[in-house]
Write a protein that binds this ligand. Sequence first.
Ligand code: URA
Length: 431
Amino acid sequence: MRPAELIEQKRNGGEHDAAELAELILAYARDDVPDYQLAAWCMAVYFQGLTPAETHALTDAMIRSGETLDLGAALGRKVVDKHSTGGVGDKTSIAVGPIVAACGVPLGKMSGRGLGHTGGTLDKLESIPGFRVELTTDEMIQQLREVGMAIVGQTANLVPADKKLYALRDVTATVDIVPLIASSIMSKKLAAGAQAIVLDVKVGDGAFMKTLDDARVLAEVMREIGTMAGREVTCLLTDMDQPLGRAVGNALEVHEARDTVRGDGPADFTELVLEAAARLLAYSDLGIDLDEGRRRAEAAVDDGSALEVYERWIHAQGGDPDPGALEQAPVRRVVPAPRDGVVTRLGALDVGVAALELGAGRRTKADPIDHAVGVLCFAKRGDTVLEGDDLAEVHARTEETAERAAAAVLAAYEIGERAPADHGIVLDIVA
Ligand code: URA
């Protein structure tokens, strides 16, 4: 296999032989193919795509680049998992996990870090003082037995090809490509051994998939990869035209996830969390249907058992579950409504970028994260506001960054006369 020939073949719209494609990916994972050749190949894929057979071969090669886990065998249970394609204010796993675990279904999840304007669950969890994301596989299994849930970083040996490839894609404008996203996500889910997977495919201006049609294509491709591997897969296509919930920024999002676990979360986020939890429960070995899953998820929130699991889980990973322990930003700046009206738009990308500029995310992989900063969006699409009402609140490190972020957040809002149609948080389901 000569990488230059494969790049040329793809550039010209040809189809790779599965064995050759696997060789390219495995050689890249071993550092035998340089970044610049893989970057050129990714760009060729951007323009020419991959056939279903190539996408399967890529996913399979990514899995074979490292170890695989069988959490199901280790726990003697059917294991369920969830994953999001990434968005703004997306702290869903932090709230879903404790609810599902409180209903008696273990949820062991490998999460990622944020890059660009989308946040990562690991960065959010690290805003909790003492929280450890680096557990060994044995520690993770032990914690799943004792507490019922764990969220950890991807171990070095699980799909190492994706780790390298994702970092490369992030800096070469080759992230938003359906077969590459699908193989990246599904290789990690399949390698971690989940038998049933709920995928949250974000749609809208703050997501990689900007339209419902594109998101449906991604969902179908991921579902097919999962089904061919003998796994059950449901994709929830969910709104990312505005930030999810109110909080954007690491500690602020942990606070909101905890509030939601105890039944005090924003409506859109609560709905998504309960829907995802219900579907995971319906997939589990409890033998219940979706309605019963929803009923049990709601009961776990109402009776406080989900909050109890949340606290035990954070403790088990070395963190302090008291929300008072989360760092707070020294400067707060309210963003007032400039006029009376209805919020017709709240741009997710604009708010995500404002949070990133405050220091909540990374511009490059090496950047440190400021866990305390971010934005609280009090007014969401469809809300009526009066001039001077608080639209949002910026949490910043300095007056200067607060000023800039407040202007950017104000620009993310459009206030009009008539409420836009309310389509709910779940736009479609591919199951
Ligand atoms: N999340 C992933 O894990 N991979 C992608 O390519 C995009 C989102």
